[in-house]
Design a protein around this ligand. Structure first.
Ligand SMILES: C=CC1=C(C)c2cc3[nH]c(cc4nc(cc5[nH]c(cc1n2)c(C)c5CCC(=O)O)C(CCC(=O)O)=C4C)c(C)c3C=C
Ligand SMILES: [Fe+2]
Ligand SMILES: [Fe+2]
Length: 387
């Protein structure tokens, strides 16, 4: 076992690098997501990749590898049943590729010569495949853009570590900007609020007058220990909810936040989606569920939210149950991503570190309070993973 530090680019301003004329600079935008199986046979190896990731299962390698494979084997049946509902595969790759195409179109309309590359953490196209394509294209500049609005060591942190390790192994270096999070970016919040408003109006038309409709934000859960160790995810999720509520401007709106998709026996963040559905049933309140930590449809929205929690809502006597669609390639959302790309490049201008790197958030520098030490911005202790 060896211990190494996640190789995120250093934050302090350093010398600027020589630049080609703006219009001729080739910008590679790397879109990170988790990935999902592309066939029934891929479910088990996909899960094995996930559960043997040191960012997910924080144990020494000699225990993590066999235990991760064991957990994956145990979960394969349940996960396969979920993917069977979706035709035996996750739609995440296709939806992410569509987001990339849409983003390229918006950036090119703005005069930016950009190409988007998809890098999935646990299934194809893996980080190494994305890096190979990036290198073949030969960009002047790279922008690392996680498709997770909130930073977690388990998602964005893990993907960035994988990118930097793959780049080091391949001997790839180019001026690289890393956008760590965009949890309460105004464009993201406005685009999301517009989708919520449409879903709210439709739901309100179907719910009987006199019945309260609650907007229930649902984020992917995380084991509580990871948050206690300093992961900023929960704080950032709460900021996202606050930003969407502000953009909605619906005073008196009944709303709540819960966490879904618990997959291990440890204590996870709460309240759980199950608890919130049961509460709504007991109170006779209808639900409009809004995913807040995913920007694409996948098994956890299409199966967990649309099938499992809908059934639970019916069992618990929730008067009506609706779901806000994920952003996918919603034009306002893609414009928000393009604006984030533009702002990150602007932030980077003339202030890269000596290695040509720059880390920024949607608002420039660090946003997380000090307690969240796993924030990649000048973390009191850098993210540590065990190999
Ligand atoms: C300990 C396990 C897990 C943690 C921690 C975790 C964090 C986390 N995950 C997402 C987003 C996604 N997760 C997806 C699938 C998925 N996640 C886990 C486990 C953990 N996730 C599993 C076992 C799976 C596979 C599906 C299943 O078995 O239920 C996906 C993709 C799903 C797809 O259909 O493609 C996404 C996206 C976030 C945002 C997050 C914490 C911040
Ligand atoms: Fe997950
Ligand atoms: Fe942060």
């Amino acid at each position: 076992m060896s211990t190494r530090t996640a190789d995120l680019p250093a934050d302090p301003a350093g010398p600027s690098l020589p630049t080609a004329p703006e219009g001729r600079r080739k910008l590679a935008v790397v879109l990170f997501n988790l990935g999902g199986p592309d066939s029934p046979e891929a479910v088990r190896p996909f899960l094995a990749n996930l559960f043997t990731d040191p960012a997910i299962l924080r144990l020494p390698g000699f225990i993590r590898q066999p235990l991760g494979r064991f957990i994956a084997a145990r979960r394969t049946k349940e996960a396969s049943a979920n993917y069977a509902i979706l035709g035996g595969k996750s739609p995440l790759r296709e939806l992410t590729e569509e987001q990339g195409k849409a983003l390229e179109t918006v950036l090119s309309a703005e005069g930016v010569q950009a190409r988007c590359f998809v890098a999935m953490r646990y299934w194809h196209p893996f980080t190494e495949e994305a890096l190979r394509d990036v290198m073949a294209w030969g960009p002047d500049e790279v922008l690392l853009l996680p498709l997770y609005p909130q930073f977690s060591t388990t998602t964005t942190g893990s993907s960035l570590t994988a990118w930097h390790e793959a780049a080091r192994r391949a001997g790839f270096s180019a001026p690289t900007t890393t956008l760590c999070c965009w949890h309460s970016d105004e464009g993201f919040a406005e685009a999301t609020a517009a989708i919520v408003r449409r879903a709210w109006d439709e739901a309100r038309r179907e719910v009987s007058e006199g019945v309260t409709l609650r907007l229930l934000f649902s984020a992917h859960g995380l084991p509580e220990t990871i948050v206690k160790q300093g992961d900023p995810y929960q704080w950032q999720v709460e900021r996202s909810v606050a930003a969407v509520l502000e953009a909605l401007a619906m005073p008196g709106l009944d709303h709540a936040l819960c966490y879904q998709s618990r997959v291990t026996p440890q204590k996870w963040l709460g309240p759980s989606a199950e608890e919130e559905v049961a509460r709504a049933g007991a109170e006779g309140v209808a639900l409009l569920v809004c995913p807040i930590a995913f920007v694409s449809e996948h098994s956890e929205t299409l199966v967990e939210l649309d099938v499992e929690y809908r059934e639970l809502a019916h069992e618990k006597g929730v008067p009506a149950y609706f779901r806000v669609p994920a952003q996918n390639s919603d034009p306002a959302f893609i414009r928000a991503l393009a604006a984030l790309v533009g702002a990150a490049r602007e932030e980077t201008r003339g202030s890269r570190d000596a290695a040509g790197g720059k880390l920024c958030s949607f608002a420039g520098g660090r946003q997380c309070p000090k307690a969240h030490k796993d924030c990649p911005h000048g973390a009191a202790q850098p993210i540590r993973v065990t190999a």
